[in-house]
Design a protein. Structure first.
Length: 276
């Protein structure tokens, strides 16, 4: 089993350099998959109230012999729960479903600018962190203007922004903004939901290293300075996806992979997404 490096967050906590994504697993599937992922060596787990699988994730984590401080659990506030008081209630409910006394990282799932509640929601996350109920706080799918607004309103910079990122949607500008602000980028859909796996450039780089296309795409995320959150329901793929810390892509590989960035989203646009 490979040793997964730990990266430092801007609040002093450490986060594993790769995580296991749990969408769209249901509760029973998530329970099995999380146990399997733990045995492959994953220690960072990504769920959300909106995935409807926090309970399965929590049960899976409890069923494996691992210390609480050796795992890192992320969940997210869904759109319909945005607002100060409703965020507090939603956090309690997530904690209960996960069967945990604290969460490592709590994120606002989408900014939903049309509701204009993300600043109030962020204030609630800041309070939850002050109360010691969550270790790190962050956001997901926030554009630079949303980041600036919550930082200006509270003086607290998110530890993480989890955004769509893969070789066909490289997010270079967002990465630059995050770096300047001291925010760690997490990459959701790091395999482009499977859409980039068949790309011939990825295939050629994979051949050079005797690796799979998925390993090349995940290693690319790591070398871009972000934390990939791949999802697979298959144990052999889960295991292969985490084995990316014993090889390095060269400058030529990175330049070749840069050519496939078509600025193609596979998911929703944060400026208009109305996730509830
Ligand atoms: N914050 C947000 O708004 C947001 C949005 C979307 C996703 N996410 C998070 O990001 C995680 C990952 O994103 P995602 O699931 O959309 O996309 P992804 O990880 O890019 O791709 C998952 C797809 O790739 C397949 N796959 C995985 N490993 C493979 C391999 N080695 N070889 C071939 N196929 C492979 C999976 O199939 P099998 O399962 O059949 O292997 C699945 O169909 C989610 O689970 C979730 O935790 C967050």
């Amino acid at each position: 089993m490979q040793n997964i490096p730990l990266l430092s967050l801007n609040d002093g906590y450490k986060i594993p350099a790769i995580g296991y994504g749990t969408y769209p697993l249901d509760n029973p599937q998530a329970e099995t998959a999380v146990r399997e992922a733990l045995s492959c060596g994953y220690r960072l787990f990504d769920t959300a109230a909106n995935y409807g699988n926090e309970s399965g994730v929590g049960t899976g984590l409890l069923s494996f012999d691992v210390g609480r401080t050796d795992i890192f659990v992320t969940t997210k506030l869904r759109g319909r729960d945005q607002g100060y008081d409703s965020t507090m209630r939603a956090f309690d409910a997530s904690l209960q479903r996960l069967k945990m006394s604290y969460i490592d990282l709590y994120l606002i799932h989408w900014p939903l600018p049309m509701k204009d509640l993300y600043v109030e929601s962020w204030k609630a996350l800041v309070q939850l962190q002050k109360d010691g109920r969550v270790r790190s706080i962050g956001v997901s799918n926030f554009l630079p203007e949303h980041l600036t607004r919550i930082i200006d309103a509270t003086g607290v910079t998110p530890a993480v922004n989890q955004i769509e990122m893969h070789a066909d949607f490289a997010q270079r500008e967002a990465l630059e903004v995050h770096k300047k602000l001291g925010i760690l980028t997490e990459a959701w859909s790091p395999l482009g939901r499977g859409s980039v796996l068949e790309n011939p450039v990825v295939g050629r780089v994979a051949q050079r290293h005797n690796r799979t296309p998925a390993q090349v795409l995940l290693r690319w995320v790591v070398q871009m300075g972000a934390v990939p959150l791949p999802k697979s329901a298959h144990p052999a793929r889960m295991k292969a996806n985490i084995e990316i810390f014993d090889f390095e892509l060269s400058e030529t590989d990175m330049n070749d992979l840069a050519t496939i960035d078509g600025n193609h989203r596979t998911g929703a646009d944060p400026a208009t997404c109305t996730e509830e």
